[in-house]
Design a protein around this ligand. Structure first.
Ligand SMILES: [Zn+2]
Length: 68
C-alpha cells in the first residue's frame, strides 16, 4: 500500500488528535484514506479532517499530502 507524504519533510508518518488531545498514529494511502499505523487501533473519536506530521510542524488536510 502506497503512503502519501508530508509536503514539507516528505515522511509518511502522521497523527490525529481527539478532544482529549490524545494522539493516534496514522498514515495516508494513495487514495486519501487515513489508516491507523498500529494494527487493531481504530480512529473512533479522532478528528480525521486535520492530520499532523510527526517529523515537522506541518498540519493540514490529508488532501495536502504529496505523492513520493
Ligand atoms: Zn513533515
Amino acid at each position: 500500500m502506497k503512503r502519501r507524504l508530508c509536503p514539507q519533510c516528505k515522511i509518511p508518518n502522521f497523527y490525529l488528535l481527539n478532544e482529549k488531545s490524545e494522539r493516534r498514529l496514522v498514515f495516508v494511502t494513495d487514495d486519501f484514506r487515513i489508516v491507523p499505523s498500529r494494527p487493531g487501533e481504530t480512529l473512533d473519536g479522532f478528528d480525521t479532517t486535520v492530520i499532523y506530521c510527526l517529523g515537522c510542524s506541518w498540519s493540514g488536510s490529508p488532501r495536502k499530502t504529496v505523492r513520493y
